[in-house]
Design a protein around this ligand. Structure first.
Ligand code: CA
Length: 223
């Protein structure tokens, strides 16, 4: 899914039309407000973001996207009206993935979209991950500890998979919440702790794989 934020209806419609024609799923929005509302429903693979918008402008929206753990990694292509504006934005280095200067050709836009999506594509993840005798099979949704299957709840499985995929990376509770429970989840971060405790219990003598990082969150650590 690609989201496009552009207040000028004819440009927005042109972009939506062009992307649909190239077999992308796309939704157009007039403002950042509408964009953030949509992101609570579904995370896009890419955002096309106009800079000159009434209300919150594109750069402010980009700041919000980049400062929120749940949306930080979504690729963004900025749409800018003049190249002088472009120079300024590139100079500011706000973390956009690419820029397109208006007026742009549809072909140029599609080419940029393809390039950014290609870069963002996860490398073909293997569907089993094994760390020190604990094996997760993402396709079968099973977990084995030293060859013996253990039963995990849905969320426990998601949580363990997320930790394993991010081996040796310290994960903040908030980030874990956003990734495993969803952007919109309004629970307490204690939920994470409770699930971690249960996971450790089920991993038995492999419980040490899940390390507590004080005041921050957790990581799966293994050399
Ligand atoms: Ca505009």
């Amino acid at each position: 899914m690609i989201y496009c934020v552009e207040d000028e209806a004819h440009i927005r419609e042109l972009i939506v039309y062009a992307l649909k024609n190239s077999d992308y799923e796309v939704e157009g929005f007039e403002s950042g407000e509408e964009l953030f509302e949509a992101m609570r429903r579904e995370m896009p693979q890419l955002i096309l973001l106009d800079i000159m918008l009434p209300g919150q402008d594109g750069l402010e929206i980009l700041d919000c996207i980049r400062s929120n753990d749940a949306t930080r990694d979504v690729p963004v292509i900025m749409l800018t009206a003049k190249s002088s504006e472009l120079d300024k934005i590139v100079g500011l280095d706000k973390g956009a993935d690419d820029y397109v200067v208006k007026p742009f050709s549809v072909l140029e836009l599609i080419a940029r979209v393809k390039a950014v999506l290609r870069r963002a594509e996860p490398r073909n993840d293997p569907y089993t991950i094994e760390i020190d005798g604990v094996e997760i099979n993402d396709r079968e949704r099973t977990v084995r500890v030293d060859g013996e299957e253990v039963n995990l709840t849905y969320k426990e499985f998601e949580l363990l998979l997320y930790l394993f995929k991010n081996k040796n990376i310290v994960l903040h509770r908030e980030k874990i919440m956003a990734q495993v429970w969803g952007y919109d989840f309004e629970g307490e971060s204690r939920t994470v702790d409770v699930h971690i405790a249960s996971l450790r219990h089920k991993l038995k003598d492999k419980a040490y794989l899940i390390e507590t990082v004080r005041n921050i969150g957790y990581k799966v650590g293994y050399p």
